[in-house]
Write a protein that binds this ligand. Structure first.
Ligand SMILES: [Zn+2]
Length: 76
């Protein structure tokens, strides 16, 4: 199963790349096909998405907190 192991590594790389920039058609297809037949990568992909969403939510929260704290909490 060398091929499959290699693929998993490639797929994981694609998954993290996808968070920074949209993948090309070929990479997207490869990713979807692999996730369709590989349970480990499917789980991995879900984790990536959760992390990504959590990261965005965290940024939103931080920004919102800064905005509400800003006027009320003058530095001096
Ligand atoms: Zn895989």
């Amino acid at each position: 199963m060398m091929f499959r192991l290699m693929m998993c590594r490639e797929i994981t790389k694609l998954m993290s790349q996808r968070l920074d920039a949209p993948l090309g058609t070929k990479d997207r297809l490869l990713l979807r096909m692999h996730i369709g037949m590989c349970g480990a990568c499917r789980e991995c992909s879900e984790q990536f998405e959760l992390l990504h969403i959590a990261g965005e939510k965290y940024q939103e929260l931080t920004l919102a907190t800064d905005e509400t704290n800003g006027p009320n909490r003058a530095p001096e």
